[in-house]
Design a protein around this ligand. Structure first.
Ligand code: ARG
Length: 435
């Protein structure tokens, strides 16, 4: 018997069932579904809709169903359309007709919205832990390289010397913002417990929703039942937070791919986190970071897909909303696979300070040269021009900026003095900028 067999005389077409069923993916919400149903059974009893004895039997039965899922012994049957159907079907097998009282005053619409919120809260908590591990490794690697200098880039062109600490810490900063976004998405999922909304119009029974939110650890319940059953903003928020993590991991990936290229040689990925080529014996490929870059597309795609699903929906629940779960699960699974590997790449990353040092070009101190003139009283615009002339002059003479003679410099401005030599010091350049 299907959940809605009463008004039909023919069974659902098998192809439609294959299309319609979500059990293949929503069974991973079994814990949340059972947790919500237990709380609902208690709420029904509290409201005097079912007896305390019935509620107890239902809750015990649900406990057994959960044990079967936990043990991997739960047997699915044809007709288990989704996790809600499967749990209720099994409950009724175990405790008989009383199981049929559980769905009183409830709809799968407020039920699934509740399940997905609970699942999202749990997932975001796990994700945050994984992200904090990455931050820990980024910060500890950064701290070990407070004084290691490397070229800093803008437009991917040599710009000014920076420390490795600043480089790695920039990613820790991005990840810290990502943690904030995860926290916000968590709060958004937690803010509106939908149970009591029914299919759309609200439940007719005097359910104590304050008690329900306490039991399920929600922060609040929803204010509008019609909104609550179709509100998936919190899924979009979670997908956005996860997309931003993807964007940041992708950028980190791009840096490591480039810096591990022998033309740079700044970093070496550990053997355990590099791959070889089946054809070219010399190859050492940064696959994990290429995947970090590549997976960002998938994470952004999941967000875009959900937003596209949501944008055309009329009021209330629509079956389109069943499309919320796969992108959500996929983004979570993607990051839970990716984050530990990226964390290990950072932890085991070998930095090559000599290569970084060798890539520091004295031209990268041209700004310092301009700043020198500023300190002697020249307006910065003019100083910028003079320093540019100095760079050009050195290039014409085929020498580096610090090799220009004092005479040559004085030919550009009489503010130059013997103390100009102190400008050409990478360490000093970095130290001066530690405000
Ligand atoms: N499997 C459905 C989903 O994921 C559950 C809700 C079904 N509701 C309904 N009225 N058919 O959205």
């Amino acid at each position: 018997m299907t959940l809605w067999g009463g008004r039909f005389s023919e069974p659902t077409d098998a192809d439609l069932r294959a299309l319609n069923d979500s059990i293949g993916f929503d069974q991973r919400m079994y814990k949340e579904d059972i947790q919500g149903s237990m709380a609902w059974a208690g709420a029904l009893a509290e409201a005097g809709v079912i007896s305390g004895d019935d509620a107890e039997q239902i809750i015990d039965g649900l406990e057994q169903v959960r044990a079967e899922f936990d043990a991997g012994t739960f047997e699915f049957k044809a007709g288990d359309e989704d996790i809600h159907t499967a749990v209720e079907r099994r409950l009724t097998e175990l405790i008989g007709a009383i199981g049929g009282r559980l769905h009183t005053g409830r709809s799968r619409n407020d039920q699934v919205a509740t399940d997905v919120r609970l699942w999202t809260m749990n997932a975001l908590t796990e994700l945050k832990d994984a992200l904090l591990m990455l931050i820990t490794e980024l910060v500890s690697k950064a701290e070990a390289h407070r004084d290691t200098l490397m070229p800093g880039y803008t437009h991917m062109q040599p710009a000014q010397p920076i420390t490795v600490e600043k480089w790695l810490d920039s990613y820790a900063n991005m990840a810290a913002r990502d943690v904030e976004r995860l926290n916000q998405a968590y709060t958004n999922a937690r803010e509106a417990m939908p149970l009591g909304s029914g299919a759309l119009a609200g439940t007719p029974f005097p359910i104590n929703r304050l008690h329900l939110i306490e039991q399920l650890d929600f922060g609040n319940y929803n204010a509008n039942s019609l909104d609550a059953v179709s509100d998936r903003d919190f899924v979009a928020d979670a997908l956005y937070a996860m997309s931003m993590i993807g964007v940041h991991l992708s950028r980190l990936g791009e840096d490591l791919i480039l810096f591990s290229n022998p033309a740079f040689g700044f970093v070496t990925l550990d053997d355990r986190y590099s791959t070889g080529s089946s054809l070219m014996p010399q190859k050492r490929n940064p696959d994990p970071m290429e995947l970090a870059r590549g997976k960002a597309g998938r994470l952004i795609g999941n967000l875009t897909g959900l937003l596209t699903t949501l944008k055309g929906l009329p009021s209330g629940y629509n079956k389109d909303l069943q499309e919320d779960k796969e992108p959500l699960f996929d983004s979570f699974d993607t990051l839970m696979k990716l984050l530990p590997v990226v964390t290990a790449v950072i932890k085991t990353l070998k930095l090559n300070p000599d290569k970084m040092r060798a890539a520091l070009d004295p031209d990268m101190l041209a700004t310092d040269l301009a700043d020198y003139l500023v300190k002697k009283g020249m307006p910065f615009r003019e100083a910028h021009h003079v320093a540019g002339r100095a760079v050009k002059l050195a290039a014409e003479q085929g020498i580096k900026l610090p090799e220009l003679s004092l005479d040559a410099l004085r030919g550009l401005s009489d503010l130059f003095d013997a103390d100009v030599a102190a400008v050409f010091d990478f360490e000093e350049s970095v130290r001066r900028r530690k405000i």
